[in-house]
Design a protein around this ligand. Structure first.
Ligand code: AMP
Ligand code: MG
Length: 327
């Protein structure tokens, strides 16, 4: 066999998330480039949130509709306060959950540096202080708010490894920082703190119960307008190639199985999200196992019933979108 003269293109943009890789990534961001990086939720596709051109590259790389605003990642609540206006409730939630997988939608501050395109022209802004050490180091080194949706093509399953990012976005990003698997595995929970009581726009890695405990009262539902434009709120999202059969109590011939708590017999075509019925473990495994099963090429993936409490709310939300009819 002839030796390869060049490594395959896909390895060219991948770097270890060590200090050297992070410094290189930060420089790319300051020059308007695109960097995929690990966060505690999923891999993000980052760009300078202050630059209309850089943000435009995110929408182009993902094939994301430009009406869908982006979350700006900042290193601290102090920096966030320069970008958005924090009500008492918003401050309480930021203090309770930042750094961490909670996104707050607040009125945009007059002096914001985040460009209108990142906000899809709205007078509100979505902010998050991530906890993952690589994300913190990158956002700090770049010295800019970093707009970062999940690093997948729009509508596809969110990436929880660097390999997933390259599967979707190879040739469309300048660099992928490989920091291993994302520890939470589910996107951030999004709460709007605008007029009236805080509203849950998207369930995610922080449970509704944890947020309500911090607030001392129940979250409200999104308004009709918010519901339509909300996150991945397009009915079909997180979609694998296979069709999902939700709430399956048995595995039929010719189906792959996404199991929970040992409902299905074991097999090479079955992945159990959590044999011990632990919803945090199930959340961590959800997108990884969906991608693995999808790669096996089955027409149908049967999905065992998963309880709706705690993180089960977000897990069931993602599965319902993955099962929805495609546009
Ligand atoms: P993601 O697709 O995971 O990056 O999540 C981004 C989601 O956050 C969007 O789809 C919106 O639903 C929500 N979001 C971001 N920015 C805003 C904003 N300024 N106002 C309301 N919702 C927002
Ligand atoms: Mg996404």
């Amino acid at each position: 066999m002839k030796p390869l003269l060049e490594p395959p293109a896909r390895t060219l943009v991948r770097r270890a998330a060590d200090p050297k890789g992070i410094a290189e990534a930060a420089e790319i961001l300051t020059k308007g480039g695109l960097v995929a990086f690990p966060t505690e939720t999923v891999y993000g596709l980052g760009a300078d949130a202050t630059s209309e051109a850089a943000v435009g590259r995110i929408f182009a790389a993902k094939g994301r509709p430009d009406v869908n605003p982006l979350i700006a990642h900042v290193p601290s609540l102090d920096v966030a306060r320069a970008q958005g206006e924090f009500s008492r409730d918003a401050s309480r939630l930021a203090e309770a959950f930042w750094p961490g997988p909670l996104t707050l939608v607040v009125p945009v501050a007059r002096g914001t540096s985040v460009c209108a395109r990142a906000r899809a022209g709205r007078d509100t802004i979505a902010l998050r202080v991530p906890a993952h050490p690589v994300a913190v180091a990158l956002v700090t080194a770049a010295g800019l708010p970093i707009a970062a949706p999940s690093a997948n093509r729009s509508g596809r399953v969110s990436p929880v490894t660097a390999a997933h990012v390259l599967d979707d976005l190879d040739g469309r990003v300048d660099l992928v920082l490989d920091g291993g698997r994302c520890p939470e595995g589910l996107e951030s929970t999004i709460v709007a703190c605008l007029d009236g009581p805080p509203r849950l726009l998207r369930s995610g890695a922080v449970s509704r119960a944890a947020i309500e405990a911090a607030l001392g009262f129940a979250l409200a539902e999104p308004t009709v307008a918010e519901h339509i434009l909300a996150p991945g709120m397009l009915a079909s999202h997180y979609a694998p190639r296979a069709h999902l059969h939700l709430g399956a109590t048995e595995l039929r011939d010719g189906e792959a199985g996404l199991d929970f708590g040992g409902t299905f017999p074991e097999g090479t075509h079955v992945r159990d999200l959590s044999p011990a019925r632990d919803l945090e473990e199930a959340a961590r495994n959800l997108f990884l196992y969906l991608r693995e099963l999808d790669a096996l090429g089955y027409e149908v993936i049967a999905v065992a019933p998963i309880p709706r409490e705690g993180l089960g709310e977000a897990i069931n939300d993602r599965l319902a979108r993955a099962a929805a009819p495609r546009p």
